[in-house]
Design a protein around this ligand. Structure first.
Ligand code: ZN
Length: 616
């Protein structure tokens, strides 16, 4: 399924930090700690109250301003709107740094649990905290911009002399079945990243210093502190979840490897080791749905085509959104406000440039919710609309929370909720809304499950390893000399994929993945992939479903809607475990829902893998 971004409003979700224009500067790194200890003697819970009240007011204002500027930019791309949006961003970022520093002063002050929760959100709002030294923070900001631009401007000129963008290469990687062409593009894109290595090394150093200033031993620990459990517990938790799904992944890997072996030859795809990383239809081998045609089960055609059915039933873009809205109202949610229909972008305008990537927005933390999408009239897009509206209904549900808590229960939840809704877009649902006439029998499920597993199950080890690598980089366990070898050790260990050619000493392959130079934490995607199946299973149980869960849709079930709304309304006001308990009855994540969902496929895979030597 298509990845979509969610427009994060709120200083709580800043991407980069700089202290430019901030008056909290000192050149002595040890001074702030001493000053903090001194300060905390005089601060009280009452001070925390007034601090939080002041911040809340400023955040509401900045969020609104920032969201407007960003909306205008993405809907009318010009130099001027870009400048206005980046100015608004800068302003939020600076405020975020200020809030984090001030919040850290209350570390040793006795405050209420609610105050502590809010203060912690402010402290952890910076994904990459700047050191309290104006020169260093300016350097950090500059490095961030440089890395972003190196990635964004990256191109590769082919041996045939054609200059390609990442978008061009992505498209070819998805469809080409030419081993050498794929290899050339795979190597070509990775020429973009070696110049990033020294900058990245320095960025890690500076960000660690910033994290130290906020009281964390290193940036990885700070990132892992966002989950209402200790940083070590969180790391263990991810390992435990991975252990649960690994048997399913191993069987999928084994089957796909043997099909690729038939396609490309077992000399190119050895049947006893990892899969060459360029053959899976994706630049990073992170989702494999693009090679579905190479591995599709026989007779897997479900006998209908939603894209065609949408045309037959005369759905235009707006009607597709109306259809998705009806999914939510059928659960008992209030209809979308009139402004949603007036202000959203549904189709690609002909007269101007816009950012087409699908996203859901919340402009005023009240009723001004919108989507921005250049909708194509396809079945896949129909699912994406359900996903985007999931964000919108979440945003509206937590609007009455204080601004600090106007967010998902943890950073996996927002995407997980959108995807949970999309999991209910099943043949059964399509029949209920009159798009198809008959539900295909269960023999056709293997094809649908395979297509989904290639994206959602194949993604899991990648979703895990990106931060495994970064946590070790930030802690110093992986040193710059070992950046690349450690990266490939993790990719082989977790994904069972390998570099198709020996890597140069200069290579810096992690830098060829957007989230590394952009410094965006990645564990949230792993979490979202685990959580969505659990939420789906739980809601299906609440709805009284008796079908296998991959056939279940919660459409039209008010009990499921009520349970869902209870969780959405909570925002991030309570530890996410409480939200979990409302839905699943359990405070711990549990990856067995994925196993349940894909059970028929897993049985089928085991049968196909009989006699094969699996493992990598
Ligand atoms: Zn999304």
């Amino acid at each position: 399924m298509k990845k979509t971004t969610f427009k994060l409003t709120g200083v709580a979700l800043l991407i980069a930090a700089t202290l430019t224009g901030c008056n909290q500067t000192t050149s002595d790194a040890s001074a702030p700690q001493a000053a903090k200890a001194e300060m905390s003697k005089t601060l009280t819970a009452k001070d925390a109250d007034s601090f939080l009240a002041r911040v809340s007011e400023e955040m509401v204002r900045l969020n609104k301003e920032g969201a407007r500027a960003e909306w205008i930019y993405q809907n009318f791309i010009t130099e001027d709107t870009a400048a206005l949006s980046s100015a608004a961003n800068q302003k939020s970022t600076e405020a975020g740094v200020r809030f984090a520093m001030e919040a850290a002063k209350f570390d040793d002050v006795e405050v209420t649990p609610d105050q502590r929760r809010k203060l912690n959100f402010l402290k952890q709002s910076l994904v990459i905290p700047a050191p309290q030294d104006s020169k260093k923070s300016a350097e950090l900001a500059k490095i961030g911009a440089e890395l972003g631009s190196m990635y964004g401007k990256g191109t590769y000129t082919t041996k045939a002399g054609e200059k390609l963008s990442l978008g061009d290469m992505t498209a070819t990687m998805a469809t080409s079945r030419d081993y050498d062409e794929l290899l050339e593009l795979w190597q070509g894109w990775r020429q973009v990243s070696p110049p990033m290595k020294d900058l990245y090394t320095r960025q890690a150093e500076l960000a660690n210093e910033g994290a130290n200033g906020l009281g964390y031993p290193d940036l990885g620990t700070m990132w892992r502190s966002n989950y209402d459990m200790s940083p070590n517990e969180f790391a263990d938790e991810l390992d435990r979840l991975w252990g649960q799904v690994k048997p399913l992944y191993d069987d999928l890997h084994c089957y796909v490897r043997s099909e690729l072996g038939e396609k490309y030859g077992t000399d190119k795809v050895p049947q006893n080791g990892p899969i060459p990383a360029h053959l899976l239809g994706n630049m990073w081998a992170q989702t494999w749905g693009n090679v579905y045609d190479l591995v599709a089960p026989e007779n897997a055609d479900p006998g209908y085509d939603v894209t065609k059915q949408l045309a037959v039933h005369g759905y235009d873009e707006k009607q597709m959104v109306r259809g998705a809205e009806k999914f939510f109202t059928s659960l008992g949610f209030e209809a979308l406000p009139e402004t949603f229909w007036q202000r959203s972008l549904f189709t690609k305008p002909e007269d101007r440039d816009v950012v087409c990537h699908a996203s859901a927005w919340d402009l005023d933390a009240k009723d001004d919710i919108r989507i921005k999408m250049c909708i194509q009239r396809t079945g896949e897009e129909f699912s994406v609309i359900h996903h985007e509206l999931g964000h919108n209904f979440y945003q509206r549900a937590y609007q009455n929370q204080p601004v600090f808590y106007q967010n998902s229960a943890n950073d996996g939840f927002h995407e997980a909720i959108g995807d949970t809704i999309a999991l209910s877009v099943t043949p059964k649902y399509l029949k209920e809304i009159g798009l198809i006439d008959t539900i295909p029998d269960e023999s056709k499920d293997i094809g649908l499950l395979m297509k989904m597993a290639l994206d959602k199950v194949a993604f899991l080890p990648f979703g895990l390893l990106v931060d495994q690598w970064r946590w070790k980089v930030f802690s110093g366990e992986i040193t710059p000399e070992n950046y690349n070898t450690a990266w490939w050790e993790l990719r082989e260990k977790y994904q069972g994929v390998t570099a198709p050619v020996a890597r140069d000493k200069e290579a810096f392959d992690p830098g060829a993945k957007y989230h590394v130079p952009a410094n965006t934490p990645y564990s949230r995607y792993f979490l979202a992939h685990i959580q969505q199946f659990e939420f789906h299973r739980a809601l299906c149980e609440i709805s009284g479903n008796t079908d296998p869960i991959h056939r279940c849709s919660i459409y039209n079930n008010k009990d499921a809607g009520k349970a869902l709304n209870t969780v959405l309304e909570m925002g991030s006001s309570m530890p996410w475990q409480q939200a979990y308990k409302v839905l699943t009855g359990n405070e711990q994540m549990d990856a067995t829902a994925i196993l349940d969902y894909f059970a028929p496929l897993h049985t089928w895979l085991k049968e196909k893998n009989k006699g094969k030597q699996c493992g990598f």
